[in-house]
Structure formats: C-alpha cells, structure tokens
Design a protein around this ligand. Structure first.
Ligand code: G
Ligand code: G
Ligand code: MN
Ligand code: NA
Length: 253
C-alpha cells in the first residue's frame, strides 16, 4: 500500500482521533496535551511518530493540523460549560510548517471563534526547529495570538538548536523539558544537570516549566526538589481517549 495515498484519504475522511495526556501541577489536574492518532478503517491505530513525517513531507500536515486544532477547540468549548472542567487547558502541537503559513494567525482566530473555545485555555506547543528561520515573523505571529489569550510552550526543549538570545525575545509562557532528559535524571548526572539548568533558565526568564515523560515517583521527587512542579507522563497517565480522560479527571476533582 502507498502510505502517502492512504494518508491523503485519511485526511479527507478524518480518520483521526485525539488522545489527551493529563498535565499535573501541585497535585492538581491543570490540563492536557492533545496527541493525534490515525485510526485506520481496519481498526488499527497508527502512532503519529509513523505518519507525521510523511504528513510534513506532503503538506498534509496543514489540513491535519487544522483538524487537530478544531477538534481540540471543540473540546475546550464543551469543557467551558462544565464548571469542574472549565479551567483545563489543552496544549496542541503545531508543526513549523503549519506555523509558517502566512494565514496561520487568522486560521487559529477563526477556529477559536467558530468553536466557542476560550483562547485563554489554548496552549500552542512549538518546537525549536521553528526558530531556525524568520524569527521576527514568528515573534509577530506569537504576539498577535497572545493578545487574544493564547499561550505558548516550547516543546522538546534542549534537543534542538534554539539560541538563548532568541529565547529571551520570544513571547513564550513555558518551557517543556524533553523526556530524553527526564528518563535518566536519577542515574545520569549530565541529564540531572541539564534538567536543573532548564528549570533555572525558565525561572530566570519568568517562564513556566513542565517536565514530560515522568514515569516514576522518584523522577517526580527529583524534579520537585529542583523546583519543577508541573509534570506529564506515565506516572500520572498515558494519553487517553476522551471518555477515559473523563474517568481520570474524576479522581482529581
Ligand atoms: O504519543 P506520541 O506518540 O503521541 O507522539 C509522537 C510524536 O508526534 C510527538 O513528537 C508529538 O509531538 C507528535 N504529535 C502528536 N500529535 C501531534 C499533532 O497533532 N501535530 C503535530 N505536529 N505533531 C504531533
Ligand atoms: O514530542 P512530544 O513531546 O509532543 O510528544 C510526547 C510523546 O511522549 C508522545 O509520543 C507521548 O505518547 C510520549 N509520552 C508521554 N508520556 C510518556 C512517558 O511517561 N514515557 C514515555 N516513554 N513516553 C511518554
Ligand atoms: Mn508536545
Ligand atoms: Na515534547
């Protein structure tokens, strides 16, 4: 089978589903990260790691990314009417290709308006690869979206190329410590040093910081001792279908 063709049909037929991975800060459920999965007609589930690269290559990431944004914003609008869920944020991964679209800001504003989502509950996750070109333009777009209440997190932080001078100028809200540093944080002194440095850097720049890939209580305790109090990872939950997320959220009320 030809994956590009299958993916094109999948985008047309919207053969996708969002899973939601809880984010916890100070023992409170604060939000989720939306993570897309491809549900094939045969019932099999394909990981984004296996189709996002192809989606990027073919440009299909644009309609797919728009679907992800629309679906996440529809979920925010549903939660807006539920007092016990209305505070939850959804973090949406935005690919560099998507963000560089000339009309990206207008697209996001339109999706927010049409869905009825509260823009203060929408967080966009950018990656450092975005920062390799046209930083001025990126900053302008970020500012335009921030004016409406949308916030920004820098994903996979520390694995890319972002220079610290850019970091200072970007209107970010949060750094996300990459899971590759969290994994061995208790056994590899270099990873521990990097995690501590990212946390201190975030504090110095008045940014929030969240650790991803937190799998054990010992990792969480280390991060807490280094003054990182927001976490995402299997210790709390894997990414969940919406109904399983509702069950999970019940416990944190
Ligand atoms: O669960 P996980 O296997 O969900 O995700 C694998 C990779 O796919 C991660 O790098 C994640 O950032 C990326 N990813 C997941 N969902 C999306 C999405 O909606 N858009 C983009 N651009 N990347 C995504
Ligand atoms: O690149 P991005 O950070 O957006 O994607 C997050 C990826 O990490 C997803 O594939 C998600 O399923 C995965 N993930 C989430 N929590 C954990 C965890 O605790 N351990 C591991 N190994 N992977 C995780
Ligand atoms: Mn992410
Ligand atoms: Na990440």
């Amino acid at each position: 089978a030809n994956m590009e063709n299958d993916l094109r049909v999948a985008v047309q037929q919207q053969q996708f589903i969002l899973h939601y991975q809880p984010q916890i800060a100070d023992q409170q459920l604060t939000g989720v990260e939306a993570l897309v999965r491809w549900q094939k007609p045969d019932g099999s589930m394909v990981s984004p790691a296996d189709f996002i690269p192809m989606a990027e290559e073919t440009g299909l990431i644009l309609p797919l990314g728009l679907w992800v944004l629309e679906t996440a914003c529809r979920q925010l609008a549903i939660w807006a009417n539920q007092p016990e869920r209305a505070h939850l944020t959804i973090a949406v991964n935005v690919s560099a290709h998507q963000f560089r679209q000339a009309d990206f800001v207008d697209q996001v504003l339109e999706v927010i308006k049409n869905s009825g989502a509260n823009p203060h509950r929408l967080k966009l996750e950018l990656t450092e690869s975005l920062l390799l070109t046209n930083v001025e333009e990126i900053i302008e777009k970020m500012i335009a979206l921030k004016l409406t209440g949308v916030s920004f997190s820098l994903d996979d932080f520390g694995t890319g190329y972002s220079s610290l001078s850019y970091l200072k100028r970007l209107p970010l809200d949060q750094l996300k410590i990459d899971q590759s540093f969290v994994r061995d944080v208790l056994i590899d002194p270099n990873d521990a040093a990097i995690a501590r440095t990212i946390i201190t850097l975030a504090q110095s720049l008045s940014l929030g910081v969240i650790a991803e890939g937190v799998e054990t209580e010992a990792q969480r305790a280390f991060l807490a001792s280094a003054d990182c109090h927001a976490y995402q990872g299997y210790l709390f939950s894997k990414p969940l279908r919406i109904d399983d997320f509702e069950t999970f959220a019940h416990r944190y009320k």
